[in-house]
Design a protein around this ligand. Structure first.
Ligand code: PFF
Length: 455
């Protein structure tokens, strides 16, 4: 059976790079800046950091603990721990969420391929002002075929890696490329904060204006913390299931959370100073990064080279995340349904492509999906919200209730500390999992439902 030949990461660093590869992606560089921009800046960022600390870290550790102990996919993991119960449905929701996220994520990832091509052919390396950049972006996303083709290419790339098994491939790629991405981001951030007017961007990003906090902003910050860390749908259960026995899991998990958050902030340091400098609105929406970034490459020496490197790395960062999304779905069908890895990857990846089409048409090509069912919200944004905020939050609260009250914090700690490496502040972990996470996530979800402020 699949279990017998189950892969493992080569070691702690191998896991860190692969899990960081899953966590670091479009969520940091595309979703974080535009959501922060739509949500008023500093107050959102503060809330996001708060949720990473009090919800994100305990949930990362909980998922990894479940994965390490059971060595199963999210559904199989719950089945192994509490056979015959309803808990495996929490894993099932995770698998469904993997589909839901991949189906819109692949569309944005497809856009990065077009930008990479544009960088290679010199379109994005030269000097572009905000308006020219916006015109190029609008032309791309409202095209009736290009976004579909690009998301298809991206899904095929994902399928190819996942069908081959992830450990060696992902590890090898991420070990080299993630540090490179970090270097490029640091250089871009330095360029951006030194642009004329860039300081206003820093003020916007870091100075909280608490009057901007509404329940939708709180919900978005919670969703962003979970989305960015790849939590609430079992991706970290799956990645934790490949964790070697003798290695230090608590420190690996916390390291991943730290880097993921640092990279989101770094992306903010690139985008906000640049957008204030070129005069783009912070609330410009999902196109924000794509419109703003091309306007800073032109002002760098060797701008085209930077543009090429940046979009190549962004596409790769997106790929290491889509791999983990598809891997959750595939590992379920391989382990639980007995499908071959090859069949699962192609069939489920193919299904995701079909589901991606409406999102690919939702930015102008199809009026029906651009204003979905007259809601005023496009289909892509709707999916981003439903799967990326609500579903992950429901997953996270269920997981904390499971660890806190069903499986038990002592079991989770035993799994985390199985190699003899201790979790710092275990009592705090228990407190956050049992009380803070269910209360905070529960309160936010109930408040949203009662007030009807879904977006
Ligand atoms: N964390 C990824 C990002 O920030 O781009 C997105 C993601 C991947 C979310 C895997 C959830 C997941 F399971």
């Amino acid at each position: 059976m699949a279990m017998a030949s189950r892969d493992q990461w080569s070691g702690r660093m191998g896991f860190i790079f692969a899990a960081a590869g899953s966590a670091i992606g479009l969520g940091n560089i595309w979703r974080f800046p535009y959501t922060a921009g739509e949500s008023g800046g500093g107050a959102f960022v503060l809330l996001y950091l708060f949720f990473v600390a009090v919800i994100g870290i305990p949930v990362v550790l909980s998922e990894l603990a479940i994965g390490r102990t059971t060595q199963r996919n999210p559904v199989g993991a719950f089945k192994a721990l509490v056979p015959g119960s309803l808990w495996p449905y929490v894993g099932g929701l995770g698998v469904l969420t993997g589909f839901g996220i991949l189906a819109f994520y692949a569309v944005i990832a497809g856009w990065t391929l077009s930008y990479l091509y544009g960088a290679l052919t010199g379109v994005y390396g030269g000097v572009l002002d905000g308006e020219q950049s916006l015109a190029l972006f609008t032309e791309l996303i409202s095209d009736p075929t290009m976004p579909i083709v690009l998301s298809g290419i991206f899904i095929v790339l994902t399928i190819i890696v996942v069908r081959g098994g992830v450990s060696k491939g992902i590890e090898r790629v991420t070990k080299v490329l993630m540090p490179l991405l970090l270097v490029i981001l640091v250089i871009l951030a330095i360029r951006s904060v030194t642009l004329p007017g860039g300081v206003d961007g820093l003020v916007y990003l870091f100075k909280p204006d608490f009057s901007k906090i509404t329940i939708s902003v709180v919900m978005s910050a919670l969703g962003q913390a979970l989305f960015s860390l790849s939590l609430g749908m079992g991706a970290m259960i799956t990645y934790g299931s490949y964790f070697p026995d003798k290695e230090n899991l608590p420190s690996a998990g916390i390291t991943v959370a730290f880097f993921d958050t640092a990279i989101a902030i770094l992306a903010g340091l690139i985008i906000f100073p640049a957008l204030f400098s070129v005069g783009v609105e912070p609330g410009a929406g999902p196109g924000l990064v794509f419109v703003v970034l091309p306007s800073i490459f032109g002002s760098l020496p060797a701008g085209q080279l930077f543009a090429i490197a940046f979009y190549a790395l962004l596409a790769i960062a997106a790929l290491t995340s889509t791999i983990s999304l598809l891997e959750v779905v595939v590992s379920y069908f391989v382990d639980e349904k007995g499908w071959s890895r090859n069949k699962s990857a192609w069939v489920l990846g193919g299904l995701c492509f079909v589901l991606a089409v409406p999102s690919a048409l939702a930015s102008g090509a199809s009026p029906m999906f651009t204003d979905f069912l007259g809601t005023g919200v496009d289909f892509l944004t709707l999916n981003n919200n439903i799967w990326g905020n609500y579903s992950l939050s429901i997953g996270a609260i269920s997981l904390c209730i499971f660890v806190g009250y069903k499986w038990g914090v002592p079991n989770a700690l035993a799994s985390l500390e199985a190699s003899g490496h201790k979790l710092p502040a275990p009592a705090l972990f228990g407190f956050l999992v049992r009380y803070v996470c269910p209360a905070a996530v529960g309160a936010v979800l109930i408040y949203v439902i009662v007030t009807g402020n879904y977006f």
